[in-house]
Design a protein. Structure first.
Length: 225
């Protein structure tokens, strides 16, 4: 049986491969509605993406989750943080960075004059990997289209990746975080700054001064617009 594709299904596919608009040919008689038509009228919202993720079965992580950990914060945040994936407490509450690592991240955010509700926090994967291990490549690949859609919906001015896993999967590289942190990168025209994951700093407190220096860079970039 042939499956009929709806406009929403086609739009979702286009968004996943990075196409935000399509060219519309002239109507009969030469009239045109618009030279560029968004993949979804008015742009896709975070709530629309969240509802889709709730039913996601793209990888095996869905079978062990208590909650989808979608993301939290200001839907129009200037600053977006990306971690690797939810842990046990995040899975239980359905919110990213709520344990000890989350409290440390909140402290860093406050240090540059922002509150947690001013920024947006998301992860590479939305479901908890077993034993809090790092996401596997196939798990990250299944979830990355959702994160990219979140980024397009939020349109942040600056992105900060937390830890090597977030950096490597989001930018598609194998850079070591000890060398990459504090060095500006680019993600589709958005400045991106890698730094350490707060869980790493909880185990290696002597390196926190490096994170604070990175957050000073974030603050400077936000001040400069």
């Amino acid at each position: 049986m042939t499956r009929r594709l709806t406009r929403n299904m086609v739009a979702a596919y286009l968004r996943e491969i990075g196409i935000d608009y399509v060219l519309v040919p002239p109507r009969p008689g030469g009239e045109t509605a618009s030279t560029e038509t968004p993949a979804t009228a008015g742009g896709e919202t975070l709530e629309e993406i969240r509802r889709e993720i709730l039913a996601c079965r793209r990888c095996a992580l869905c079978s062990g989750r208590s909650n989808v950990v979608f993301g939290v914060g200001n839907p129009r945040a200037r600053l977006l943080f990306v971690g690797e994936g939810p842990g046990e407490e995040e899975d239980r509450q359905g919110e990213p960075f709520v344990g000890a690592a989350g409290r440390r991240l909140t402290q860093w955010i406050r240090r540059i004059g922002l509150a947690r509700q001013d920024v947006y926090i998301a992860n590479i994967v939305k479901c908890r990997p077993p034993g809090n291990r790092a996401p596997l490549p196939e798990e990250a690949a299944a979830c990355l289209p959702y994160l990219r859609r979140q980024i397009r919906a939020i349109r942040p001015e600056v992105i900060c990746t937390l830890g090597a896993v977030a950096l490597n999967f989001l930018l598609g590289n194998n850079d070591r975080i000890t060398r990459a942190r504090g060095q500006w990168r680019d993600l589709d025209g958005i400045p991106l700054l890698p730094t350490y994951h707060p869980a790493y700093i909880l185990r290696n407190a002597t390196r926190e001064h490096e994170v604070l220096a990175d957050f000073d860079l974030l603050a400077d970039r936000l001040r400069s617009g």
